[in-house]
Design a protein around this ligand. Sequence first.
Ligand SMILES: *[C@@H]1O[C@H](CO)[C@@H](O)[C@H](O)[C@H]1NC(C)=O
Length: 487
Amino acid sequence: MKMSVVMKSCCVALFFVLTSVSAVQRLDTFNDLKKINFDKFVPSHSLLLLHWFSNIVDIDNNDVIRLTFDPNRGDYGSHHYGNYERMLEQLPQGNIRYQYYTVGNLNREMSSRLPSYVVHPRFGYEGRNRDRIVIRVREQNVGRLSGQIIDRVYITQHYETSDHQGTRYDPVHTYQVTTHLLSQIREFSVESSDRISLMNLRDDFGSRASDSQIRDIRNSWGELACLGLFLFIVIQEKYISNQHNNRRQPKAKRNTHPDVVVNIPESRQYGASGMFVSLLQDEMTLKVSTSTSGKARILWDNVPENLLNEGVMVVLYNNDEYLTYKSIGNAESGNFNTSIPLNEGLQVRLHKVKKLCCFWTSIGQELHRGEKFQNPSKVSIIGYEASLQLFAKDGKACARLFVKKSFNDWRSKFKKSWVGFYTSADEDTTNYEWWQWQWATKFKPSKDFQDYQVYEYRSGMTISPGVQARFILQDYTEKACTACWRE
Ligand SMILES: *[C@@H]1O[C@H](CO)[C@@H](O)[C@H](O)[C@H]1NC(C)=O
């Protein structure tokens, strides 16, 4: 290993002497990229530029990169680059015309076509317009490869003003980027920013981002989540990867890291670090219930004192997306009325509080999770092959009719039937909520369920504890009555 490093640096030196080409380092993998000291010597803005660039060009199956814009017209803050300092290789002479161009000057007129995340980077990624992409373009008119081909890509940067080097580029911080690396960065394109691919990307690139870190990235970067993950891997994770001997292969298995939470079984206690398992008690409960205004209400009970001392929060999730959270201080039990309308699938999880600078906190490691909120089950409509279910949708009381597929003449049998919504079980059948009823035959078709056809009606009535739906065959003859909506 040591030997080959020595050999390699020998070769580089020799190469340098023989050809007098400046020894521009090549970046071929994420690990090469991670070795660059972003922020300190190279603006991390160049990662934004590189991400944008890798996605704007065309790369075909033969790794041929094609230009998709006109650098002579100044597109994306581009212009001809003369290489007068001989920072880069001299252009090959011959019939084929080569040209260097620089791209990414934010002050140039056409730079406005750069995406907003490059022109107005978020805090921490400003580049003060020093960083650039330099490309070498080959113009040829023969055969399959006619057109403008990019055959070299570099990232570089102007010196700092304090370096008194004028507008030259800094050769020490100039790197050639291989097509391989560009193709890898393309996997993080903005278009692929849906959650599934974020988890997949993480695994494909051997990132150790925990599930909750992935959620944080998704929440803070939104539709740019893949870019967020790319930056996370290159900047935040480089320290981790350095400690682990720089595995060059992506798809490396994820090791368990103290902060990493893997495959949490539903509603089971666990401790990722093994630390909390013995402290958690079985009777700790985390539950979603319903407030009087149709909003999700978080209930917690028996949170162990040790956890309270650590600082914990209840977090409301929809699938794996968090919606809201609240620190629970030292309240072993309590409730919190969120402003999130009630829906099936909402779930409460307990997380550590992560302290950021000043008073800011965010979601730390997950400790426990409750059951997902489920609508109550359906009840039979007496005498018919059909059932009625009361359910919540966006905080409103809704009803679902399940009609057996063999019940062919249900429309004529239920011609005069209707479903009404009641505020409690005590209400008389005639006392349905004003306007909160619908003819059974007017319910909207929904997805079939097993051998039932399903029809739905969404009322305008807020779902809250006590609410009930009833199936009235005709006039005021009740044939089904759901349980009251529970607390
Ligand atoms: C939440 O709302 C319920 C009524 O829906 C109320 O009884 C309870 O006190 C509220 N909780 C808090 C913490 O405000």
